[in-house]
Design a protein around this ligand. Structure first.
Ligand code: V47
Length: 375
């Protein structure tokens, strides 16, 4: 039988627990306390309580493929090991044909989503991106195109000398179905100046997301943690996302992203601990009361921690991914993809019920024989 109350070692959590049980919104100060309390099990209990209220025992996953058309990037962010200068001999930019062909590697009926992001390329035009999207839609009409971060959109708009709204509308008309959550990093200007000073600021990221949602594009959202930010910076970030969500209801999933320092200009920093990763998942679930899904991205957390996260507030584990580059360039030691059957096993081992979803979280029901080539 489930306990209706956790044992509180940290009695300061009592009012927070009362609010959680009553389904009330948590305050900024509650968020700070959740980060500072040593009572991780109580924090996790509360997050799991909310997660089960929203999603029961289900853990969602999808069968997706990442495509990174170019790693050329003008931004040179200190946090990033993926972006390269155009003159770097190891930099790459795919031709349109290469993008279309690569998308089809291992393509079966089972792939429901392409996740497409890349660097801020100084020469690729909006027309080029629209042609890429149209070509993918023609070749893979059933696959959902989750493409381009708010950062890429703002950069394309600036280079094309048109508004963000028009840029988004043109990409939507070409076939973009929704947008991933990357590039938000941390909204604190103090930290942003150090880790990603050439990127749009936090307000611009939020404004781009607002416009995307207004024209009918849903998106995800993220927060990069475990670098130079404080716990109040983290709460500030979550509260800003929550406020925008009250306004637009356009965010589908929140993905906390642990900083991987290897091969970046910040490689002297330590990696996050499993303890911090689990707490981050839990605080996200508790603070973001209006964002339906919290994803424990297995590539970033490792499959083992992503499993435990399913008891700390997460209800999604991401997907098969295939060919992840951004985290692996920054030293991730996880595999670059998992098979569908591995995801099913991971989720079941965590005591949850796996549910394959499409990008809009509709259940995907297929015959098992459709997956035999996905190895
Ligand atoms: O935008 C870059 C971050 C993001 C590093 O929307 C780094 O479903 C850690 O956004 N260490 C890309 N993080 C990943 C991302 C994502 C992943 C999975 C699912 C979804 C989704 C989105 O990773 C970047 C940046 O914020 N990043 N470099 C690094 N060294």
């Amino acid at each position: 039988m489930k306990h209706s109350q956790p044992i509180l070692d940290d009695r300061r959590l009592r009012p927070v627990l009362d609010r959680v049980l009553a389904g009330e919104r948590l305050t900024f100060d509650d968020g700070v306390l959740l980060y500072r309390s040593p009572d991780l099990l109580a924090v996790g209990w509360m997050a799991n309580h909310v997660r089960e209220r929203l999603h029961g025992d289900r853990t969602y996953f999808n069968v997706n493929r990442h495509i990174n058309p170019t790693d050329v990037c003008v931004a040179s962010c200190r946090l990033c090991a993926f972006g390269k200068h155009a003159k770097d001999p190891s930099a790459y930019t795919m031709s349109l044909e290469e993008v279309w062909e690569r998308a089809g590697h291992g393509y079966t009926e089972a792939v429901t989503e392409f996740h497409i992001v890349g660097g801020l390329h100084p020469e690729l035009t909006l027309d080029w991106y629209c042609a890429m999207i149209r070509g993918l839609k023609e070749r893979y009409p059933k696959v959902h195109l989750k493409a381009f971060t708010m950062v890429e959109i703002a950069y394309l708009a600036k280079r094309t000398k048109i508004t963000i709204r028009e840029t988004l509308e043109r990409l939507k008309t070409a076939g973009v179905d929704s947008m991933p959550g990357g590039g938000a990093e941390i909204f604190s200007e103090r930290v942003r100046r150090i880790i990603c000073d050439h990127k749009i600021d936090g307000e611009e990221w939020l404004e781009t997301a607002r416009i995307a949602h207004q024209i009918g594009l849903k998106s995800n959202c993220t927060m990069l943690y475990g670098h130079l930010e404080t716990d109040t910076d983290r709460v500030d970030h979550l509260v800003k996302l929550r406020a925008l969500q009250d306004e637009t209801h356009g965010f589908v999933t929140f993905i906390p992203l642990a900083f991987h320092p290897k091969n970046t200009a910040l490689q002297h920093l330590a990696t996050t601990s499993g303890y911090d990763d689990l707490r981050q998942i839990a605080v996200s679930r508790l603070m973001l009361d209006n964002i339906p899904h919290i994803k424990a991205y297995w590539i970033m957390m490792t499959p083992g921690v992503a499993q435990i996260a399913q008891r700390f507030g997460a209800n999604d584990i991401d997907g098969t991914v295939v060919e992840e580059k951004i985290y692996h360039d920054a030293g991730a030691t996880t595999s670059q993809h998992l098979r569908r059957q591995d995801l099913l096993r991971l989720i079941r081992e965590a005591g949850r019920e796996p549910m394959e979803r499409d990008t809009a979280y509709r259940p995907v029901v297929r015959e098992e024989s459709a997956f035999t080539v996905l190895v």
